[in-house]
Design a protein around this ligand. Structure first.
Ligand SMILES: [Zn+2]
Length: 184
């Protein structure tokens, strides 16, 4: 991970409020402040990442925990909400791009990705980027209908992973396949 220092004091108020209280700032103002603190930062690169994160926010892209993303933090480390990036429940003198300041925040669900991974056996699983994979979008190959493991909840995670790995392949192959009649 890159070295970075966010503009603002961080810190927690210790009070859980439903409303996030950021200090609004424009991209231009923020870039100026950020470069002052991190002089090695490439200005154009930073600006591009801020614009990308802002447009992701506007498209409704959420943090893994379901909260709206924090544009300023996301520009440096990828799309995540304030709580997941800083570990703080509330911003305190932290900046956010003015047009992204109204956030939907669900304080009940500020689990981090590691906790999500632990219950992945129940809830699904995540790709290498930490994004949850929606298994509903992956169709069940016809081969599975004659497999003894079909609809066995203990096998489902492994079956799903096999299906996911081959989601773009023309022909589905499964080395765990066992014919329902016990034949190879
Ligand atoms: Zn989050």
């Amino acid at each position: 991970m890159r070295d970075l220092e966010f503009v603002g004091n961080g810190g927690s108020s210790g009070i859980k409020l439903k409303k996030m209280s950021f200090i609004p700032i424009t991209i231009n103002e923020y870039v100026k402040k950020h470069i002052e603190i991190n002089p090695s930062e490439n200005e154009k690169d930073l600006r591009d990442r801020l614009n990308n994160a802002l447009s992701d926010y506007q498209k409704g892209i959420k943090c893994n925990c379901g909260n709206d993303i924090w544009v300023i933090g996301s520009a440096s480390i990828g799309n995540n909400c304030f709580s997941c990036i800083t570990g703080e429940s509330q911003p305190n003198q932290d900046f956010e791009i003015g047009s992204a300041i109204r956030k939907e925040v669900n304080l009940e669900s500020t689990k981090n990705i590691d906790e999500y991974k632990e219950d992945s056996q129940i809830n699904g699983f995540y790709d290498d980027d930490g994004s949850q994979i929606n298994m509903d979008l992956i169709s069940k190959p016809s081969l599975c209908a004659s497999c003894i493991k079909n609809d066995n909840p203990n096998e489902e995670l492994f079956c799903n992973m096999t299906r996911y790995d081959q989601k773009n392949d023309d022909e589905f192959k499964c080395y765990a396949y066992i014919n329902i009649n016990g034949e190879e």
